[in-house]
Ligand binder design. Structure first.
Ligand SMILES: *[C@@H]1O[C@H](CO)[C@@H](O)[C@H](O)[C@H]1NC(C)=O
Ligand SMILES: *[C@@H]1O[C@H](CO)[C@@H](O)[C@H](O)[C@H]1NC(C)=O
Ligand SMILES: *[C@@H]1O[C@H](CO)[C@@H](O)[C@H](O)[C@H]1NC(C)=O
Length: 378
């Protein structure tokens, strides 16, 4: 449709102008990110290889087919939001820390990515006590932060030098926490028990941010959770729910989306609290939920034809089957045009959706940057 392509066109021109004329270019010298599969650019794959474990599904085609043309460990047909963000800020793709740590430290000059697919905010032993097991990885946010602290001295030699380096860096904290809930829901944990985790998850994210502030970090993007009630994986798990549990205009499960909104509300309040307590810190909450909801309520504006059915999956109403995940075992049911789908594999977004999400993140950053506190250089 003409309106959708002109909207797209408008977006591209606006973003181009923003990049050309905004003070964002050259503002940061590095980017460090933490999170889960929505941000993992190859860490889980690297860890599975180094520990001689079974390869994750992201190691197999058709993952990577749109952009990299081979699997990279990203659970996507192409780039993730963090890739688009790095590109837009003039950075190379962030190297996965666990994939490169023994190889080339100079490769981390412009940043590193600590996000691991499957990672939770709360640590594995704590979740295990609650009866929630992590089938994928035990690299929680705390472990990612420990790795970061171990790694930092390879980039700077004194505490003031490290402070300056971190002060000039962009920290992308998340999305993280989604898996604490996902693993619970998958394992049939009672929703009230899962709800009790939310403040603990948000506290864990806040502690990580505060630790990084102590080390000198100044600027943070803190993405919230996505509308999980719209994901083919959840829609399949809870298939056959009463009609009135679905939002008739989007086909999403309302109570699960309310769960995401609850997490986001607490996270947003925590971000505000940190902002008020720490003058001089730039901390930006990223409203992924509402950005993504627009895909489901007005798909044609973004060029999407399919919203709640996965592009690549094991069949069924939503083209999702948890025992036949996209990639492994080899799945034949992959759509021809991933860019017309919101969901790549039933859990993760397509490159096309990630691009819009990154654009929203970037605009958030650009709107804040004129007033950003520039770190003092010593
Ligand atoms: C795990 O998290 C709990 C609760 O936040 C904390 O008390 C405990 O020390 C942590 N354990 C490890 C091994 O980090
Ligand atoms: C995570 O699991 C690996 C083995 O898969 C183990 O070596 C490591 O100690 C564990 N780490 C934590 C923090 O539990
Ligand atoms: C999911 O895949 C498994 C294994 O191929 C199959 O046995 C099962 O029937 C599938 N489930 C659905 C709902 O299609």
């Amino acid at each position: 449709m003409a309106s959708s392509s002109s909207l797209k066109h408008h977006f591209i021109i606006v973003s181009f102008l923003i990049v050309m004329f905004s003070p964002v270019n050259g503002y940061f010298t590095s980017i460090f990110s933490f999170g889960d599969s929505l941000t993992d650019t190859g860490n889980l794959l690297a860890i599975s290889i180094s520990e001689s474990k079974r390869r994750p599904s992201s190691a197999f085609p058709p993952n990577g087919r749109t952009f990299f043309h081979h699997p990279t460990g990203r659970r996507c047909d192409g780039r993730l939001a963090i890739d688009f963000l790095a590109e837009t800020l003039g950075f190379p793709f962030l190297p996965p820390y666990y994939g490169c740590k023994n190889g080339r430290p100079e490769g981390f000059r412009k940043g590193a990515n600590f996000a691991v697919a499957g990672a939770t905010a709360l640590n594995s032993s704590f979740l295990a006590e609650k009866g929630i097991h992590n089938p994928t990885t035990n690299m929680s946010l705390g472990d990612q932060l420990s790795s970061f602290k171990d790694f930092l001295p390879s980039l700077c030699s004194s505490s003031s030098e490290c402070k300056e380096l971190l002060g000039n860096s962009l920290i992308v904290m998340g999305e993280i926490g989604g898996n604490d809930y996902n693993h619970g829901f998958e394992q049939g944990t009672n929703i009230e028990k899962i709800r009790h985790l939310v403040p603990l998850v948000v506290d864990t994210i806040a502690s990580a941010i505060n630790e990084l502030i102590e080390l000198g970090a100044v600027t943070f993007l803190v993405p919230g959770n996505y509308p999980i009630g719209c994901t083919p994986a959840y829609l399949t798990s809870f298939q056959g729910s009463d009609k009135d549990k679905y939002d008739p205009s989007t086909g999403c499960l309302t109570w699960l989306n309310q769960f995401s909104e609850h997490h986001n509300e607490l996270l947003r309040r925590e971000v505000e609290k940190i902002r008020n307590l720490r003058p001089g810190i730039n901390i930006i909450y990223v409203d992924n939920y509402n950005t993504a909801m627009r895909f489901y309520s007005s798909p044609e504006q973004f060029g999407f034809r399919e919203t709640i059915r996965a592009c690549c999956g094991g069949g069924g109403v939503y083209n999702y089957n948890s025992s036949r995940i996209c990639g492994n075992p080899p799945v034949k049911k992959c759509c021809s045009y991933p860019s017309s789908f919101v969901s790549w594999d039933g859990v993760h977004y397509t490159e096309a959706a990630n691009k819009w999400l990154a654009m929203a993140e970037f605009e958030e950053l650009v709107h804040t940057i004129p007033s950003l506190n520039k770190p003092q250089s010593s």
